[in-house]
Design a protein around this ligand. Structure first.
Ligand code: GLU
Length: 210
């Protein structure tokens, strides 16, 4: 289990994401992190420990973007640590994602990507997904996600952002929960409804494979 939140709209994304995470802390608290798009780049802040620790870090920086993703982890592969915390980001910093679940065939994909020159920063199963998406990326993040998930075995809900397509927030799920919250001039992704109830009651529950 873990908590995922995604936001695209007009509010301060980091603040909105953290407030959503706090409603999901029952789902995991090994680490917490956010990734927000600002000025053609993705800024990532993450730490081992509870959301309170992430909030302390966020007090020391100003992150003004309005689209981003966030995560509280329940570690399955790799110890609770700063490096194993989500979001995970591609080597060139273009793509960032959070994941709930287990990628069963991650070892095989990891070996393949290492041969291609991708560098791994963490011990997680999750990190293969971001490098795989980057490998397929050819200017359309949605297509790259379709290609990457067709290779995955296991359970996943994923929220993804891409610095080259900052108006898109991608959500996909298989055997792990994920919902969308539809607001006015803003939309949300979350593992569970309480994360977004403060903002909208218009909820769409993603089907498996959607
Ligand atoms: N398997 C991933 C990890 O260990 C995701 C765990 C989770 O769902 O929080 O980082």
């Amino acid at each position: 289990m873990c908590g995922i939140v995604g936001y695209a709209g007009y509010r301060n994304a980091a603040t909105t994401l953290v407030s959503g995470l706090e409603k999901l802390e029952y789902r995991g608290y090994d680490s917490a992190g956010v990734a927000v798009y600002i000025n053609n780049a993705i800024v990532v802040k993450k730490t081992k420990g509870r959301i309170e620790k992430l909030k302390e870090i966020l007090k020391t920086v100003s992150i003004e973007g309005t689209i981003g993703i966030a995560h509280t982890r329940w570690a399955t592969h790799g110890a609770p640590s700063d490096k194993n915390s989500h979001p995970h980001t591609s080597n060139d910093g273009k793509i960032s994602l959070v994941h709930n679940g287990i990628i069963e065939n991650y070892k095989q994909i990891r070996d393949e990507l290492i041969k291609k020159g991708y560098q791994f920063d963490s011990e997680t199963d999750t990190e293969v997904v971001v490098h795989l998406i980057r490998d397929y990326y050819n200017g359309n993040i949605l297509n790259a996600v379709f290609d990457a998930v067709s290779r995955l075995k296991g359970a996943y809900s994923l929220a993804i952002i891409c610095a080259d397509e900052p108006d898109r927030l991608i959500a996909v799920r298989k055997d792990s929960p994920l919902i969308l919250g539809i607001g006015k001039n803003e939309n949300f992704i979350a593992s569970d409804i309480p994360a977004i109830l403060e903002y909208t009651r218009n909820v769409y529950i993603l089907n498996d494979g959607e």
